[in-house]
Write a protein that binds this ligand. Sequence first.
Ligand code: ADP
Length: 354
Amino acid sequence: MTGPYLKAAFEDSCVPQIVVSKNGEILGVNDQACRLLGVEKAELLSMRHDDLSLEEDFGSLDGLTDLFNENDLQNWQTEQRYVRSDSVVIWASVGVSAIKNNGKAAALLLQLQDITSQKITEEDLQQNNEDLEQFIRTASHDLREPLTTVAGYASLLMRRYSSALDANGIHFLSEVINSAKRMEQKIDDLLMFSRAGRAVPVGVFPLGVAIEEARRAVNVSAEESKAVFHIPEDLPVIQGDRSMIAQVFQNLFSNSLKYRSDAPPEITVQARPSTENIWQISVTDNGIGFDMAHKDRIFVVFQRLHTIEQYPGTGIGLAITKRIIERHRGKIWTESVPGKGSTFYFTLSTVPQP
Ligand code: ADP
């Protein structure tokens, strides 16, 4: 492509584009960028990139050209706030590529996408999560108090007065004690569920480490049932919270062990790239499986397909798992054949490969 075409590709592109020098001066802008930022082209060309930024974001491009030179990067993706001329703050997803001169990054091409409404939705969601967490904390505290009294007096009755009760009386009283215990467990589960909705700290960790952590956590029941794990060597580096993702694997592994068939459990983890920087992970077992009519219900808080007498549990594990994956901006779904086994699939973001 020659000069005029390249110029048109920059000027007429529907993507807002800005060229910034190594020192942060704005060298070029197209009409879409002027429109997005609400600033005239001539004025923008006399500005520095920092003039468009919030004070706490000043210097956000500093050192980026060196980064391109040192690491031979093709592009860099970031999110950035801009202050429009009418003082409204907008969020942009910014793709940064180096404009090279004699093989060296001399300036940066910024390609902007307005993600303000997405950010507002995320902030609202975050606020909702915090409100929900606060509500659950208060409700749990208020519920626990009378429950402790019920459980305490019922146990006292059993200890001191069981000789005055017949078999039915003892049975009724132990039902009261067991129900109080189950309710305590449910309150703890609800608290755990609400914590799983907390903002995800932006961490980075090898997926294999989280899987190993989960495997260790289920070790006792895995050994008891003579389970065999198949875990691939080639696993990506994930963006997110390691202990939360370890919790996801722990929940899935312990379900595979709990809902096993007569054969020793065989649990297979697979991981493959799906779209750009997204990997699809799966955990497959050879257990009892379930009817796909319930494929959505099992992810709902306290929903179970079995009674507590058949299999212990409160029905919170998959709800927590789903919440953690969604906080990592992933998706989770399942496929199962009764009597053959189940596979739980989910997606996670990986660290971009250079
Ligand atoms: P819990 O195991 O405490 O009931 P979960 O939320 O982990 O809670 O699971 C919800 C329901 O989904 C379970 O009661 C079970 O019926 C079904 N389920 C989950 N994992 C499996 C599995 N690997 N195989 C068969 N059924 C499963």
